[in-house]
Design a protein around this ligand. Structure first.
Ligand SMILES: Nc1ncnc2c1ncn2[C@@H]1O[C@H](COP(=O)(O)OP(=O)(O)OP(=O)(O)O)[C@@H](O)[C@H]1O
Ligand SMILES: [Mg+2]
Length: 140
């Protein structure tokens, strides 16, 4: 199934991410596609809110991986600075994705074919300063 929504501002993106998160089963892996500043971290923040994460979700440039505790555990990978897939495997990527946590991955392109199936793909396109087109697709 593919669904696409236009989010006219940041608030609408948070709300869309929240609605999406309500339907997430434990163990789901979500690959977030979109260029710099598209809104991948913003979408993750909306998901985190819905999962009851109270800590602010950030995008530290130095960390590839952050874990947050909510009603479910949330793993947030930002692979922008990943050089080789081995780098993320050596810090426990497989344990993270094979758990009951929800895993969101920014820049999944960096992992080439290593993102597992089934997964959910989220494509965020910047239309203008505030408007985003967000397409969600399940890959089974
Ligand atoms: N509708 C919207 N949805 C998401 N972000 C929006 C929207 N409108 C404006 N923005 C702004 O766009 C920026 C999105 O930044 P964000 O860090 O989420 O991007 P990103 O895709 O994670 O980028 P990066 O690849 O650098 O990690 C924020 O400054 C946010 O306030
Ligand atoms: Mg980001």
């Amino acid at each position: 199934m593919v669904r696409t929504k236009i989010c006219n501002n940041l608030q609408e993106t948070y709300e869309y991410a929240r609605d999406f998160a309500m339907q997430l089963a434990p163990g789901t892996v979500v690959a977030l596609y979109g260029g710099l500043g598209a809104g991948k971290t913003a979408f993750t923040q909306g998901v985190a809110l819905a999962l009851g994460v109270e800590e602010p979700v950030t995008s530290p440039t130095y960390a590839l991986w952050q874990t947050y505790q909510g009603d479910l555990v949330l793993h947030h990978f930002d692979l922008y600075r990943l050089d080789t897939p081995q780098q993320v495997f050596s810090i426990g990527f497989e344990d993270a994705i094979n758990s009951d946590a929800v895993t969101l991955i920014e820049w999944p392109e960096r992992l080439e074919d290593y993102i597992p199936v089934p997964r959910v793909e989220v494509y965020i396109d910047r239309i203008d300063e505030e408007k985003r087109s967000i397409c969600i697709q399940e890959i089974l």
